[in-house]
Design a protein around this ligand. Structure first.
Ligand code: HEM
Length: 497
């Protein structure tokens, strides 16, 4: 009994000692901090997992649990210890801007979960740092733009791929369906055309999207239990989520390797990213390795499908739950475009419908925590000293519902993105794609894809609930947020309707 108390009961002094960084006011020494309300207690080995777990069960998601904890401790810089990892969660626009723009926060954590995600290595773009990250983010997206990514040509691809979604809807004959997987597959096919010059087989793509969604439900942005105690993969591979990631990695690895081999044999036509990368490899450039190529392709497959699929699902949910707003969008679409075919410049004239997409991205923030960061040196944030090597989580979900920034944040209201002159607001406090140098490079595909696809559907169909009951507004929040599964009916409109 005595032993338990000595080991597990942490005194104020102990807490001040093992968690000094969280509580050090600017200028004080790192070891002199004392607990005074910016963090729950940390215990050896488990950190603050038990308190976090209890609250996650209570609030339904780890993100919400942490958010409530930050309110309880009245802090915008919450210090946690997850297993052995020091994690600081950051709130408030000013702090979030500092983390996004200050180079000291530019790195990503290097932990078991992130290495597992990247085939056991540190490669690609999303989870590498420093010169490797800068060089490859620049090379990749500069090349993609050269071959049309984010340009007019890509809008033609979006429209072409939309045919599959519209056919699927048409074939449903107004019966209840869910189009999320179809949408995610379409988005991935567009992206993969630029990356690998070809389509991925539907069955393979469907499997990856399902596994990504399963992974997102098991893990959080902090990596979950498996990250803290990697040995769990041996004793509880299913429960810890290890089996899902392993299966997903195998599927994704097969697709990437098959495609690289085809490129080596020059059996894929046209220009694409893999050819461009192999050209650099042939010039013997140091960082252009096969691992780096595989890692970058993996980033595309992981980043592209689920984000766009879930965002679109939320748009359908919002249209379904807000019939008046859906009708307003339809009226705008018909008055600006009629029921004719349209081009991207026409779509840009749809102010209200674009504001709807912005509001969906705010109200249903899918990346509730932006990509995790790691501090490269000791740094000061909001008066707290944060030591080098700390994992930083930025809560975009809280920023998007901060009552100091938004009027009635819990209300779904596209108008908040329109200014007094009827134009889209040029600056808001909404950052669904993050901000700063680590900002998401997928926006030039995601934004037009979401808008164009929504317009194509609303122009022809009214979205109605399956059985008169509106689906839940409460998302499932894991690594990303996604709607709870629901179906909708797509009822064909006559032009006069
Ligand atoms: C609606 C769709 C999407 C949303 C909401 C979204 C959101 C985000 C967010 C919040 C980040 C983290 C930024 C940070 O750490 O500050 C991110 C990073 C990233 N996203 Fe996206 N994303 C979406 C689609 C895509 C797509 C389609 C791609 C594929 C091109 C993509 C590729 C990436 C990459 C490579 C990064 C890492 C960037 C870096 O570390 O420098 N994303 N995304």
């Amino acid at each position: 009994m005595k032993f338990c108390i000595r080991v597990f009961r942490i005194t104020e002094k102990d807490n001040g000692y093992i968690t000094p960084y969280q509580l050090c006011a600017e200028g004080s020494s790192l070891s002199a901090g004392k607990a005074s309300g910016a963090s729950p207690r940390w215990y050896p080995f488990i950190g603050c997992n038990s308190i976090l777990h209890k609250r996650t069960v209570k609030y339904g998601s780890q993100w919400k649990a942490i958010s409530e904890m930050a309110k309880e401790y009245s802090t915008n810089v919450l210090g946690l210890k997850m297993g052995n990892e020091r994690v600081v969660v950051v709130y408030g626009e000013k702090n979030i801007q500092q983390v996004s723009n200050d180079k000291v926060f530019d790195a990503r954590p290097d932990n078991f979960f992130l290495r597992l995600r990247s085939f056991g290595r540190r490669c690609g773009i999303t989870f590498v740092d420093g010169p490797l990250w800068r060089e490859h983010k620049l090379f990749t997206f500069k090349y993609l733009r050269n071959i049309g990514y984010g340009k007019e040509l890509m809008h033609e691809d979006i429209k072409y791929n939309l045919k599959n979604i519209l056919n699927f809807i048409n074939n449903s004959n107004g019966n209840p369906i869910n189009i999320k997987i179809m949408v995610a597959m379409s988005a991935m096919n567009i992206l993969w055309k630029y990356v690998a010059g070809e389509h991925i087989k539907d069955s393979q793509l469907r499997k990856i999207i399902e596994l990504l969604s399963a992974r997102s439900k098991i893990f959080t942005m902090a990596g979950g239990w498996l990250n803290q105690w990697p040995f769990l993969r041996f004793i509880a591979p299913e429960w810890s989520g290890y089996a899902v990631i392993k299966k997903m990695n195998e599927q994704i690895h097969d697709i990437i390797i098959e495609s690289i081999e085809k490129h080596k044999k020059k059996s894929v036509k046209g220009k694409d990213f893999i050819y461009a990368f192999l050209d650099e490899m042939h010039k013997n450039k140091a960082t252009y390795t096969e691992d780096q190529l595989t890692g970058t392709c993996l980033d595309f497959l992981i980043a592209g499908a689920q984000t766009i699929g879930s965002s679109f699902d939320f748009m359908i949910l919002a249209a379904l739950r807000n019939a008046d707003i859906q009708e307003k969008m339809y009226q705008e679409i018909i008055s600006v475009l009629g029921d004719e075919d349209y081009n991207w410049p026409d779509i840009k004239r749809l102010v209200y419908t674009t504001a709807f997409v912005c509001e969906v991205q705010r109200y249903y923030t899918i990346a509730v925590f932006s990509g995790a960061r790691r501090t490269l040196a000791d740094s000061i944030l909001d008066g707290y000293t944060i030591p080098s090597g700390t994992t930083i989580l930025v809560s975009l979900g809280d920023l998007h519902t901060d009552p100091e920034l938004w009027d009635e944040p819990t209300k779904f209201e596209p108008e908040r993105f329109i200014d007094a002159n009827g134009r889209l607001k040029s600056s808001t406090h909404s950052y669904p794609f993050g901000l700063g140098r680590r900002r998401c490079p997928g926006e030039p595909l995601a934004k037009p894809f979401l808008l164009t696809s929504l317009v194509a559907i609303l122009q022809k169909y009214r979205i109605e609930s399956s059985n008169g009951v509106l689906p839940s507004d409460e998302p499932h929040i894991g690594m990303l947020a996604e709607p709870r599964p629901f179906t909708a009916r797509f009822v064909k409109r006559k032009l006069s309707q």
